[in-house]
Design a protein around this ligand. Structure first.
Ligand code: LRH
Length: 486
């Protein structure tokens, strides 16, 4: 069975064709295209948007190139959305979660709904860009809106004309009641968000519809079913973690963001989870993704972009090789600090963070990249340990999936920092999870997550890293500036 997976990340999107059969799972890249923010100046300051129509065009081109497929599923980064009016027209261009429009909004909302209450209902990590805060920042514009569609649901709507909200992504909005498994409509209304905006929920594996006749004709794909998958890319990626049943594993979905945590059957909504700022997102088959958002490879990508705009471009492979040769743990920064969230000059921000904590800023490119990768591994260590602590579940191995699994230095340092073996791969976990959920919906013999994961283990190349050394505990202490002589 051949299926098309549309997988949209914050820095690149792709259309993949996956072939699934007994003991068989192949993925072929049909089309890859860049994605990112588009800054548009306005009378009251600039706004960082997504080019959602550009993504739609690329998706269609990719579907055209994919040839004969039995289904299509779409997953993307979470939290962002388009608003539709009563006639189903898009109201304005979707805004990027890294835009500054949500500055101070969380604090404003907490005056009406305390953070503790928000967490008790939604189980979500406090992030300034949660959909709840983004919607509140729309102000009066919400009056004109009839429905809010998350990005994959919006693209699915354009393909089929069917309005809905796929559950895994809905669970990232901070408007979803994680215990009741429904929208938290009352909570939305109290925050000033009309509950009518929240579309009916749909499950991963549900059929959204078939291609609208005009598109079906344009693409030469009559009656092509569009299937809801784990439309949150992280939900799809976690579904594709090749864990063996019965093992105590943590996962790291490592891309623009790094999502670090455990798979649970029930949410953790207690004080310890709140204090550790963990999230309880919903996974495929009703699992809970108990995880923390760690800033991720974004800081490295943005560093390369900064160098390129200065006319000093660098190849990723070259700077990673220099980083591997640079002294370990010479300087580390807290990548979760808010200053690393917006686009900008990361090398300058890293240097400032080093100075603030009494460390000497990296002096070469290799040292700077080493600082980023060391800091990322350190953030993984903290999140893995906290997840184990808060849940009382030991972690015996870490599965690292997504683009980061390609980064040998990162995988090695993650094993060192976490002190347990790291299994790296698959790189295209989100697309594979997308394909597998579609395949099951269309009748493949993949009854549960264990069967999907077995197929990944049997078919995808994985690499194993055993922990080496490094004084990670001391490095961790340095993040706060403790114990350092400047
Ligand atoms: C990763 C991701 C993550 C979200 C962020 C906005 O792509 O979906 O899980 O928190 O983007």
């Amino acid at each position: 069975m051949r299926l098309a997976a549309v997988d949209l990340g914050a820095t690149s999107g792709r259309v993949m064709a996956g072939t699934v059969g007994p003991g068989r799972l192949d993925l072929e890249e049909v089309r890859r295209f860049p994605n990112g923010g588009v800054r548009v100046a306005g009378a009251t300051g600039s706004t960082l948007h997504w080019d959602v129509l550009g993504l739609y065009r690329e998706m269609l081109a990719g579907l055209g190139d994919a040839g004969a497929v039995a289904g299509v599923g779409i997953d993307s980064w979470a939290v962002d959305y388009g608003l539709l009016d009563a006639d189903g027209r898009l109201l304005g261009n979707p805004v990027h979660y890294r835009d500054s429009r949500t500055a101070g909004v969380a604090e404003f909302v907490h005056r009406t709904i305390p953070a503790r209450e928000l967490f008790a209902v939604t189980g979500l990590q406090e992030l300034p860009f949660n959909t709840l805060y983004q919607l509140v920042s729309e102000g009066d514009r919400l009056a004109a809106a009839e429905k809010m569609l998350l990005i994959p649901d919006l693209l699915g709507y354009w393909l089929t004309g069917s309005v809905g909200a796929e559950r895994t992504n809905a669970s990232t909005t901070q408007l979803y009641d994680v215990r009741e498994r429904t929208w938290a409509g009352d909570l939305a209304e109290r925050a000033g968000i009309p509950a009518r905006l929240l579309p009916p929920l749909r499950e991963p594996g549900e059929r959204i519809g078939t291609l609208l006749p005009q598109l079906a004709e344009e693409l030469g794909k009559p009656q092509l079913p569009v299937i809801a998958v784990g439309s949150h890319d992280t939900a799809s990626a976690v579904a594709a973690v090749p864990a063996e049943p019965g093992t105590n594993f943590a996962y790291i979905s490592s891309g623009t963001w790094s999502l670090v945590g455990l798979e649970l059957d029930e949410p953790r909504l207690g004080a310890a989870a709140l204090a550790a700022n963990f999230t309880n997102e919903t996974g495929v088959d009703g699992k809970i993704r108990f995880l923390r958002n760690v800033m991720g490879l974004w800081v490295l990508t943005e560093t390369l972009r900064t160098w390129a705009t200065r006319g000093e471009p660098a190849e990723l492979a070259t700077v990673l090789a220099e980083a591997a040769a640079a002294p370990p743990l010479a300087a580390v920064v807290d990548l979760d600090a808010p200053e690393f969230l917006p686009p900008g000059d990361m090398p300058a921000r890293i240097a400032a963070a080093c100075r603030r904590t009494g460390q000497r800023p990296p002096e070469s490119r290799g040292a700077l990249v080493r600082c980023i990768v060391d800091s990322l591994a350190l953030a993984y260590r903290r999140a893995v340990r906290q997840a184990a602590q808060v849940t009382g579940r030991p972690v015996d191995a870490v599965h690292l999936v997504g683009g980061g699994a390609r980064n040998d230095l990162l995988c090695r340092l993650t094993a060192d920092a976490c002190g347990v073996p790291v299994l790296a791969g698959p790189v295209e976990a989100a697309a594979l999870g997308n394909v597998l959920v579609q395949a099951r919906a269309l009748g493949a013999d993949l009854p549960d997550l264990a069967a999907m994961r077995r197929l990944i283990r049997e078919t995808q190349p994985l690499r194993r890293y055993v922990p080496g050394g490094g004084n990670w505990a001391a490095a961790e202490a340095r993040l706060s500036g403790a114990g350092v002589v400047a």
